[in-house]
Design a protein around this ligand. Sequence first.
Ligand code: ADP
Ligand code: MG
Length: 482
Amino acid sequence: MGETRRESLPRYQLFIDVKWVDAESGKTFTATNPATGESIAEVAEADSADVAKAVAAARKAFEGKWSEVSPSERGRLLFKLAQLIEEHSGELAALETANAGKPIRESTFADLPLTVGTMEYFAGFASKIEGETIPLFNGMFTYTMREPVGVCGQIIPWNFPLAMAAWKIAPALAAGNTVVLKPAEQTPVTAMELAKLVQEVGFPDGVVNILPGFGDTAGAALARHPGVDKISLTGSAATGAKVASVAAGGMKAVTMELGGKSPMIVFEDADLDNAVSGAQMANFYSSGQICSNGTRVFVHESVADAFIEKLIARSRDLVLGDPEKPETQVGPIVTKAQYEQVMSYIEKGKAEGAKCVLGGHAVSEGMPEGGLFVAPTVFTDCTDDMTIVREEIFGPVMSVLTFSDEDEAIKRANDTEYGLAAGVFTKDLSRGHRVVARLEAGTCWINTYNITPIEMPFGGVKKSGVGRENGRAAIEYYTRIK
Ligand code: ADP
Ligand code: MG
C-alpha cells in the first residue's frame, strides 16, 4: 500500500459556470485506487456555499443564454460532447478503472460506449420533444407544451461514475434544463474529466456545473436549495428517503433510482447454461456492485442441483485481480467500508446456516497489494428470512433458493421491500410474459439479465424509487407539461 506523494497528484477544482474554481472553504479531498489503496487525485471539496454559486449560475443560464439555444442546437452540442468522449475513451476508461476499480474490459467495452451512446441518444431527442393538440368542442382545441423543469440537481453513485453522469446530464440538457451534478465522493475523477470536455464543446456559461463533494454536505445542500427545481438521485434506499423528503419540502420534482434485492427465477424448462450466464451477470459483473443485481436466485427444485453444479464449474475460474489487466473479470470492492460490509454479510450468511459452495472469503494472494478483493461467492440452501436474502449486499455474493411452483416463486420473489428489477428464465413464451406481468419490479428481463440499453426506460417500484431514466421516459421526467 503506497501513499502517493501529494504534490505529484493531479488536482481538480470545482466546475462552476463552465469555469474552474477552488472551493470557497479551500478544502480538498483525495481520490484513491481501490485495487492498490494509492491516492490518485486531489479534488476540491464543494459545500453549501459552492452549491449556492453553482445553482445561481445554472439559474442565470436557464433563464438567459440557454433558453435562446434552439433544440437542434442543443442536440448538436450533445453530439459534439459524445464525439469528444469517444475521442478520449481510452484515457477515460483507464481513469474509470483506476478510481472505481472496474475491470478495464468493462470500462472499455461497456461504460465508455454506454456513456457515448447516452449522449448520442439524447442528442437526437433534443429536437423531437413535442406537445399535443387536443380537440375540445365547438371547434376549439387546447394544446400542451413540454417545457424544461429548470435547474436540475443530480446526485450520482460510485459504481458507474461516467455512465451515471451521462444518464443524468444528457436527457436534462436535451430537454433544455441546466444542471448541477455531484459525483460520488469515492469516484470524482472521470466526472471532472467530463467537465473538461464540456468546456471544450463550448456550452454557454452555467449550463453544466460539476461539484465533487460529500453527501451530507454538498449533496444535502443541493437537495434543499430553493433554486433547484428537480432532484435526481441514484443511490441507496436510505439516502433516497432522506433526499426525497427534503426535496418534498420544496415541492421539487424527483427521480430516485435506489437499491434493490432483485429476484431471478429459473424455471425447470430454462436453458440452464444461459441461466448460469444470467446469474453471473446478475451477481459478479462489476464485483456485484450494481443496484439492479438479481441476488436472490430462485431455481426450480427439479433443476437446482444441475444449475448449481454448472454455476460452480463456470464461476470457479472467473479471473479475480488487478482491474488494469485485460484478462481480469472481477475487480476489487470500491472502498474499505464497502468491503467490510460485504465481508460481514458473508459471515452472517454462514452464521445463519446458508451453505457456502463457492468463495466466501477475501483474497490477497496474487492480488495487487493493498487491494480490496472478495472472491465471487455462492450460498445455497438459503431461506427467505436470512439476512443475506433480505438485505442489499452490493458485492459478489449470490443466494440460491429453490421453489416448486410458479405461484410460489412469484409470491416469494415479490416478498421484498424493493422492486428495481427481476429476471425470468424459461423457454415457455407464455409463462415468461405471464410471470413478468405479476412481478413487482420496474425492469424485468426474460432469458437475460442486467442489460440496460439507453433506449429502455429504467427505474424501480416500492422502495427502489420513483421516476424513470433512459428512453423517451427520461425526457418526460425532465420536462413538465404546460
Ligand atoms: P452509498 O452509501 O452506497 O455510497 P449513497 O446513497 O449514500 O450510497 O450515495 C449515493 C450518492 O448520494 C453519493 O453521491 C452521495 O454523496 C450522495 N449522498 C449521500 N448522502 C446524501 C444526503 N444526505 N443528501 C444528498 N446526497 C447524499
Ligand atoms: Mg451512503
